[in-house]
Design a protein around this ligand. Structure first.
Ligand code: AMP
Ligand code: GLY
Length: 379
């Protein structure tokens, strides 16, 4: 009989807990690296390392990896920060195949400028007009003349908190300009550069897909809700909940528009190949469904959090089989199936979540009751 596969999992959020659950459904032994102890992942892991999950050298020094004590067969990386820092490259250097893009490929998320420039240069549908500035005088002159409502974005990663949208986070051009200058001055997102983008209006949706750099296998569409309070009237948060539908589309997305979004992701991967970058892992498109069809809001280099929690529990194909097909570039010959079931993710959050959350309180959950109600608990 074949031995169990040894899987390294990096990350410590609800998304990685959902990944751990999916990995644990196959014949595997899980070893994980977490920045803080996620009890759900810890329970599913044979061993875990607590520390900086974003530091390639720190991870490479873990005795288990360094001395090949129980050699890892394959690794899955959940969050963007380790990918943007080259954890994938480091593990591959050490002979561990990784389901997750290289540092260079992860630029599709870690540099919004790279993503927009790539779309523009390759005339990819769904491109949104963007302008990049480092010089504050040029920025000021541009905003003075710009007629359309706009969005101010740092170039790099900000943990989802750096983007400000006219009409939501600021009202006037002057307020937008002030924030754009602040992005340059304080190097928000890590660069003294800022992107000014045309504001898109519509419904947002998420399309995640597995890819080996050549073929893509889309997952069910998900809609994610980031605002607190009933009726989406509260502040933006890391997430409040999300849903997906039985037919894997969304009530406001026709098959035609879904196919357009898939084509956009395919075109992005092809454009990256032309730049010599073979992207592998999960690619995530955040789209705005506008009156002119789907427009790209952002591209991420990983599963969505919480969107992974919608799709992974209904994934019927073995995730290890998918992982191997990705690293061996054989995805085209694999049939990937999801149950035709609708899903809802609902966050249980502390008082003040999103702005000033209550901290340091113990959270008690009656797991037996949760299981009896046939809910899945992701931590
Ligand atoms: P991002 O970090 O790029 O996903 O941006 C965070 C949020 O800002 C998105 O989920 C959108 O709600 C909003 N946003 C970003 N770019 C635009 C845009 N061009 N037009 C309208 N809203 C946007
Ligand atoms: N759900 C938003 C994200 O994962 O970026």
């Amino acid at each position: 009989m074949m031995r169990k596969q040894r899987v390294l999992l990096i990350g410590s959020g609800g998304r990685e807990h959902a990944l751990a659950e999916a990995i644990a459904r196959s014949e595997t032994i899980i070893y994980s690296v977490m920045k803080s102890r996620n009890p759900g992942i810890a329970r599913l892991s044979k061993e875990y390392l607590l520390g900086d999950e974003t530091d390639p050298n720190y991870i490479a020094e873990w005795k288990l990896i360094k001395f090949r004590r129980e050699p890892i067969d394959i690794a899955f990386i959940g969050p963007e920060a380790p990918l943007a820092n080259g954890v994938s490259d480091k593990l591959e250097e050490m002979g561990i195949p990784v389901v997750g893009p290289s540092k260079k490929a992860a630029m599709i998320e870690s540099s919004k400028e790279f993503m927009r420039d790539l779309m523009k240069k390759n005339h990819i549908e769904g491109y949104v007009e963007h302008f990049v500035f480092t010089d504050k005088r040029e920025l000021e002159a541009f905003i003075e003349e710009y007629e359309k409502p706009f969005v101010v974005k740092p170039v790099g990663l900000t943990g989802g908190k750096g983007v400000k949208v006219m009409g939501e986070h600021f009202k006037t051009k002057e307020e937008g300009l002030e924030y754009a200058k602040e992005v340059i001055d304080k190097k928000i997102g890590g660069f003294d550069r800022v992107i000014i983008e045309e504001k898109m209006v519509g419904e947002e949706f998420t399309l995640q897909a597995f890819t080996d750099g050549y073929d893509i296998k889309p997952m069910p569409l998900v809609q994610d809700f980031k605002r607190a309070y009933e009726g989406d009237l509260g502040p933006n948060t890391g997430g409040m909940g999300s849903y997906s539908c039985e037919n894997h589309l969304l009530p406001f997305i026709s098959y035609h528009h879904y196919a357009k979004a898939v084509k956009i992701l395919e075109d992005i991967l092809a454009a990256m190949r032309r730049e010599g970058i073979i992207y592998k892992g999960v690619i995530y498109g955040q789209f705005m469904h506008t009156a002119d069809g789907p427009k790209v809001i952002e591209i991420n280099c990983r599963f969505g959090d919480p969107e992974a929690i919608n799709v992974l529990p209904i994934l019927q194909t073995d995730i290890l089989e998918i992982g191997w097909a990705i690293v061996e570039k054989k995805l085209s010959s694999l049939k990937i199936e999801f149950e035709n079931t609708a899903t809802v993710v609902k966050y249980v959050v502390p008082e003040g979540y999103g702005t000033n959350p209550l901290k340091g309180e113990e959270i008690k959950i009656n797991e037996k009751e949760v299981a009896k109600a046939n809910f899945l608990l992701m931590i």
